[in-house]
Ligand binder design. Structure first.
Ligand code: SAM
Length: 273
């Protein structure tokens, strides 16, 4: 990893970069609510995604003394590192977060706790990247578009219940914490935001036997949203197999509980093993 090979350029006065999803938090009340929600404890291994100009970074450092951050914008690396000296020990990883192996970070001191006001254009890829490393992660506190948090936490029957809800809830407890208005950021985003807590489930209790089969079932089920499961899953299984999982073949994906998707996927995985 490229750790702190710093270009000596850039200041915090540079304009926000839209293509990097830069909306910098400036509302002290919200920042304090985030630090309070994370509630760092001695020995915790905190990792922040996208520290930007340090809005959350410095209060976390003041509270915890040490922190690892992952930032892609080279212009922010030097000013961030300089400003951090007054607050504590900052390890800077200058990389695209999607290329960072969270499991390798965890090897240096137990499961990591992820924090981040995420670039909204990358929120789904970052969430799925984190899921891939779930055993290395103790918990996550993320600021996301409120609409995404609503989808993550939705249950069957909700209009926004979908692939994201099922995939995340199968592996994590998802708890929306609070909503954040556009005025809390500079520049303000066009939409409301929300902070969400995600805690990976105990691997022994997850129940998903084959993650690839599970992902395939969920993708196909919601890929054809208006179709019955019998039709949407026709490439994967037939009606008797759907019924064997306790699911009506004429139901639609948005009516099915997460646990039932897991049962169906496990039966298909057992059949192909
Ligand atoms: N944490 C700061 C705050 O709350 O003010 C900045 C949040 S801003 C919404 C998102 C941050 O993620 C920016 O600093 C941006 O440069 C960074 N970022 C964007 N894409 C990234 C990527 N692929 N990997 C790591 N950081 C990224």
């Amino acid at each position: 990893m490229t750790r702190s090979s710093l270009p000596r350029s850039g200041t915090f006065s540079e304009p926000a970069k839209k293509h990097l999803g830069q909306h910098f938090l400036h509302d002290r009340g919200i920042i304090s609510d985030i630090v309070h929600a994370v509630d760092p404890q001695p020995g915790d291994r905190l990792v922040e995604i996208g520290p930007g100009q340090g809005a959350i970074t410095f209060p976390l450092l003041d509270r915890h003394g040490e922190l690892t951050v992952i930032e892609f914008d080279r212009d922010l690396i030097f000013p961030l590192t300089e400003a951090a000296r007054a607050h504590g020990t900052l390890e800077v990883i200058h990389r695209d977060v999607l290329t960072v192996d969270f499991s390798a970070l965890a090897h240096n001191g137990g499961p990591i706790r992820l924090v981040g006001n995420l670039p909204y254009n990358l929120s789904s890829p970052i969430l799925f990247h984190a899921l891939d490393h779930a055993p290395a992660i103790r918990d996550m506190h993320f600021m996301l578009q409120k609409e995404v948090v609503d989808r993550m936490a939705a249950g069957p029957g909700s209009k926004v219940y979908g692939r994201l809800s099922v995939m995340l809830q199968a592996y994590c407890h998802v708890t929306p914490l609070f909503t954040v208005p556009p005025a809390a950021f500079r520049p303000p985003p066009k939409v409301d935001s929300a902070v969400v807590r995600m805690v990976p489930r105990d691997p022994a209790s997850i129940g998903v036997v084959d993650p690839a089969v599970f992902a395939h079932v969920v993708r196909d089920a919601f890929g054809q949203r208006r179709k019955t499961l019998r039709n949407a899953l026709s490439q994967l299984c037939d009606s008797p197999q759907i019924e064997a999982a306790g699911i009506r073949p004429d139901a639609r994906a948005e009516q099915i509980e997460v646990a039932d998707f897991v049962t169906l996927a496990n039966q298909l995985a057992a059949r192909s093993a």
